[in-house]
Design a protein around this ligand. Structure first.
Ligand SMILES: NC(=O)c1ccc[n+]([C@@H]2O[C@H](COP(=O)([O-])OP(=O)(O)OC[C@H]3O[C@@H](n4cnc5c(N)ncnc54)[C@H](O)[C@@H]3O)[C@@H](O)[C@H]2O)c1
Length: 291
C-alpha cells in the first residue's frame, strides 16, 4: 500500500531487466506511490529480458534506448514526455556492465577497449542522460535524478575490477552535474550506494556470494535489499528531500562505516579453527598476494 508520495509525478526508469533488477522494484514502488512512468532498456535487453512484462503490469510503455547513444536518449525523453503528457519529475539510472568483469580480465591486465565500454555504459551514460535531459529541458523544477553506485568507488573490493573506477566516475558526475542542474533548474542529482544485491549484474562479480555474506556479517543492520533500495529511491524522488543534492548516500545497513564486526570476527575465528582441526597449515598471506 502506497502513501501517494509520488502522486502526480512522472518519471523514467532505466535498467529493469527482470524481477531481480533493482530498477524493477523501484518502478513497482514508484507506481504504487502514485507516479506514472516509462521504462527503458537496450533493444537486446528488451528482447531477452522481461521489461515488457513489467510495462504491462504497470500499464505503461517500454522505449528502447542504448544509454550510451545520445540520439536514443533524445528519442527516449521526447517519447516519454509525449506519452506522460509533460516534463518528467524523476529519472532512475540503474545501469552497469563491464566486459572486463564478464571476461574475467585481471585488474592489472585490463583490456582497454573493454575499459572504455565499462566507463561508457556504467558511468558516462549518466552524464549523457543528464546532458540530453537538460538540453531538452525535460525535467521539471525540483525534479530528482538518481543513479545506483557501490562502495567500491571509495574502497577496494577484490573482484569488482574496473567497475570500481566506473562507480567513482559516476559519483563524480552526480556532484559536477548536480551543481549545474541545481543552480539553473533546481534539479537534484544523487547516487545511492547500495549493498551487494543478488541480481544479474551483481552475480557477475567474482566471489559475489562471499561478498554478499561478508557485507551481511559486517553491517549492523544487515544488507539492504532491493526492496529497501526502492524505498530509498522513492524518498529521493519525493518532495520530502528537496534540498538533498550532489550526494552519495549509503543504503548499506552501516557497512561503509564499519571496520570489524563481532559476527565477522567469529566467522573468521571459526574458519581458522576449522583449518587447524584438519591439520592443514593456513595459507600464508603471500600465497594469496597475486590472486
Ligand atoms: N547488484 C548489486 O550488488 C549492486 C550493488 C550496488 C549497485 N548496483 C548497481 O545497480 C544498478 C542496477 O544493477 P542491478 O544489480 O539491478 O542489475 P541488472 O542486471 O538487473 O541491471 C543492469 C541493467 O543495465 C542495463 N544496461 C546494460 N547496458 C546498458 C546500456 N548500454 N543502455 C541501457 N541499459 C543498459 C541492463 O540491460 C540491465 O537492465 C547498476 O548500476 C549496478 O552497478 C548493484
Amino acid at each position: 500500500m502506497g502513501n501517494n508520495l509520488l502522486k502526480g509525478k512522472k518519471g523514467i526508469v532505466f535498467g529493469a531487466l527482470n524481477p531481480d533488477s533493482i530498477a524493477w522494484k523501484v518502478a513497482e514502488r514508484a507506481h504504487e506511490e502514485g507516479a506514472t512512468l516509462t521504462l527503458t532498456n537496450t533493444p537486446v535487453a528488451i528482447r531477452m529480458g522481461e521489461t515488457q512484462a513489467l510495462a504491462d503490469k504497470l500499464n505503461t510503455i517500454v522505449i528502447g534506448a542504448d544509454a550510451t547513444n545520445t540520439d536514443d536518449l533524445k528519442n527516449l525523453f521526447e517519447k516519454s514526455m509525449e506519452y506522460l503528457g509533460g516534463k518528467v519529475d524523476f529519472v532512475l539510472h540503474s545501469i552497469g556492465m563491464s566486459p572486463n568483469v564478464r571476461k574475467e580480465r585481471h585488474y592489472s591486465d585490463l583490456d582497454y577497449n573493454y575499459l572504455d565500454k565499462t566507463l561508457d555504459v556504467s558511468a558516462i551514460s549518466f552524464h549523457k542522460v543528464m546532458q540530453t535531459a537538460r538540453k531538452l529541458d525535460a525535467i521539471n523544477e525540483w525534479g530528482s535524478v538518481v543513479a545506483l553506485s557501490y562502495v567500491a568507488a571509495q574502497r577496494t573490493f577484490y573482484g569488482y575490477n574496473d567497475m570500481a573506477d566506473a562507480k567513482a566516475l559516476l559519483e563524480s558526475f552526480a556532484r559536477s552535474f548536480g551543481y549545474i542542474y541545481g543552480r539553473e533548474r533546481r534539479v537534484r542529482v544523487n547516487t545511492i550506494s547500495q549493498s551487494p544485491t543478488l541480481t544479474t549484474a551483481g552475480s557477475g562479480v567474482k566471489g559475489f556470494d562471499r561478498l554478499l555474506d561478508f557485507a551481511e556479517r559486517m553491517s549492523p543492520l544487515g544488507n539492504a535489499t532491493s526492496d529497501e533500495c526502492a524505498d530509498y529511491c522513492i524518498t529521493l524522488f519525493s518532495d520530502l528531500t528537496r534540498k538533498v543534492t550532489m550526494q552519495n548516500l549509503f543504503n548499506d545497513g552501516g557497512f561503509s562505516n564499519m571496520g570489524m564486526s563481532l559476527r565477522a570476527l567469529e566467522q573468521y575465528e571459526k574458519g581458522l579453527h576449522k583449518d587447524c582441526a584438519c591439520g592443514e597449515d593456513l595459507p600464508s598471506a603471500d600465497e594469496h598476494r597475486y590472486d
